[in-house]
Ligand binder design. Structure first.
Ligand SMILES: [Mn+2]
Length: 313
């Protein structure tokens, strides 16, 4: 059983380095740093690091450690919330001694010496809490609870998405018993700057909606400049169209210098295969991809129409 194997590996290694996916979200950071807190609380003498690039909008949750290449030698590497190796933040994970994958995305790219993938989990943070409940000796504390709760809240859209189960709510109930500031957490995750709020207004004014339920919004470079919003920040706005009646699938095209980022969301049709065809991947109903021209973006739109048609038949 992988939970036991993970526990044994954590016990065995003195240096543990925890990774997660690039462009982190609260679940990536919450599972990564929440696991670090659990290990550190249980084994105070072990050296446990979290690595990857900091996202300034999420450093209120946790800041990453800066470590030398030499630290990776003989280290246990744990990678949280990352379906495929291409999305692992900090490629030095390959120089570790043993690799563990803990994730809730479809296991399209199995990797690691030990792998625990549970696609029924709402979030990797939920899995880390489960690891705590099933492990023989694991200590929970306020810092860990805060991070894991943030991850669960982030990936379930505040317990709104269908991925929220009885278990999710039960774990969340147990986590809020710990003393951390939930209001501060919600402000950190959901407060947006005024320019981002105005760009949300632009999106609501300009999205297209076709008869089959496909909605498209293009955020070109001039638009991003006009609203003074970075490509990374637009990630916070993808949910904006989720409440619009009649939208079944929606796609954001976000223009960068060298590519057009594609963010896909769906209320039924499986869209991660489309994402995979365009240098991306993700969940069946929430994925991302990259294209390199507006012609290619039009191909994505065409593919999405087909996926919707197949879903409706
Ligand atoms: Mn996740």
């Amino acid at each position: 059983m992988s939970i036991q194997a993970i526990q044994a590996a954590i016990k065995e290694y003195n240096t543990i380095i925890i990774h997660r996916h690039v462009r982190p979200d609260p679940d990536a950071l919450g599972s990564q740093a929440g696991l670090r807190e659990l290990i550190q609380a249980t084994y105070p003498d072990k050296k446990v690091y979290v690595v990857g690039e900091d996202d300034p909008s999420l450093t209120f949750l946790v800041k990453m450690d800066q470590i030398d290449d030499a630290v990776f030698e003989n280290a246990l590497i744990i990678i949280c919330d990352t379906a495929n190796t291409a999305r692992i933040d900090d490629s030095r994970y390959t120089s570790g001694d043993k690799i563990i994958k803990i994730d809730h995305h479809p296991n399209v790219d199995p990797y690691g010496d030990i792998s625990w993938v549970d696609t029924t989990a709402s979030s990797t943070s939920e899995m880390i809490y489960e690891l705590f409940t099933k492990a023989e000796e694991m200590e929970m504390n306020e810092a860990a609870a805060r991070l894991l709760y943030a991850g669960i809240v982030g990936d379930t859209g505040r317990f709104l998405f269908p991925s929220t189960t009885k278990k999710t709510l039960q774990y969340a109930a147990e986590l809020v018993a710990y003393d951390f500031d939930r209001s501060q957490l919600y402000d950190g995750i959901y407060n947006v700057k005024d320019n981002l709020a105005r760009l949300r207004g632009y999106i609501l004014q300009n999205f297209t909606l076709e008869q089959d339920g496909l909605s498209v919004i293009k955020l070109t470079k001039p638009i991003l400049e006009q609203f003074q919003v970075s490509v990374m920040e637009t990630g916070q706005l993808v949910g904006t169209l989720g409440d619009v009646e009649g939208i079944l699938v929606w796609v954001f095209f976000i223009e960068e210098d060298d590519q057009i980022r594609v963010r896909l969301r769906s209320k039924g049709p499986v869209i991660n295969e489309v994402a995979a065809a365009y240098n991306g991947g993700g969940h069946p109903l929430a994925s991302g991809a990259s294209v390199y021209s507006w012609d290619e973006a039009a191909e994505v739109v065409k593919d999405l129409h087909h996926v919707i048609q197949a879903y409706k038949n």
